[in-house]
Design a protein around this ligand. Structure first.
Ligand SMILES: *Cc1c(COP(=O)(O)O)cnc(C)c1O
Length: 232
């Protein structure tokens, strides 16, 4: 059991580390969006962090998000979807007004479906394009060499607001090992910028490597364990 005192300590530590990393590279800590990834954790912890001022929570399974969404309607929480998404489940996300972003768009077919469902729900859906910078087979995301073609083809999806890119670095004990993968995502962003696509957001960095991600330019960090404790 994790106590509220421990959760508070976790939060202070994360906020402090975000500030230190940002200042190290002359960035405003307030410009970094913290997504508290609550997967596998109970709603009471989510409510606690909400009370402490956390605004955005992240989930990676549609069913789990739907359940938590229902249980927290009175709090008006904001959600990002961060996991691999099957096309037949897109409709559930688009019906949730407070599902503000899908960070894990990893195929054109998925983008097309989100666009279609967004139109049906009379909204524009902010999304990030997930890129598999490491090439690990266990990871989802576009092959980096296909990103430009993806952006060209997705340009006609009027109800999709492509805000940026997302990636996961391979897990390592040493966060420094994530740095080259984050740099790779920045490089892909710069290439897209040169082609005239404006990439505002870079979602990179998790509990073990968010400080490095911030140094490399992350605008969104997705943090689970460092806030909620172990999932297992
Ligand atoms: C679980 C998850 C996270 C958070 O992972 P931690 O290591 O617990 O911080 C971030 N992003 C995605 C896509 C995840 O699935």
């Amino acid at each position: 059991m994790v106590t509220e005192q421990q959760l508070q300590k976790h939060l202070l530590k994360v906020k402090n580390s975000i500030a230190i990393s940002a200042e190290k590279v002359n960035r405003d800590p307030a410009s970094i969006c913290l997504v508290a990834v609550s997967k596998n954790h109970k709603v009471d912890k989510i409510k606690y962090f909400h009370k402490q001022g956390i605004e955005i929570f992240g989930e990676n399974r549609v069913q789990e998000l739907r359940e938590k969404y229902k249980k927290t309607t009175e709090f008006n929480l904001k959600w990002h979807f961060v996991g691999h998404l099957q096309r037949n489940k897109v409709k559930y996300l688009l019906r949730m007004k407070n599902c503000l972003m899908i960070e894990s768009v990893d195929s054109l077919r998925l983008a097309r479906e989100i666009n279609k469902r967004a139109a049906k729900n009379d909204r524009t859906m902010p999304v990030l394009i997930e890129v598999n910078v490491s090439g690990q087979e266990s990871k989802f995301g576009l092959n980096p060499t296909n990103t430009l073609e993806f952006f060209q083809k997705a340009a006609s999806f009027d109800n999709l607001d492509i805000r940026g890119l997302m990636t996961l670095a391979p897990y390592s004990e040493d966060p420094e090992e994530s740095r080259p993968f984050f740099r790779k995502l920045v490089e892909i962003k710069q290439n897209l910028d040169r082609e005239g696509y404006s990439i505002e957001e870079l979602s990179m960095g998790m509990s073990n490597d968010y400080t490095i991600a911030i140094e490399e330019g992350a605008t969104i960090v997705r943090i689970g364990t460092a806030l909620f404790g172990s999932r297992y």
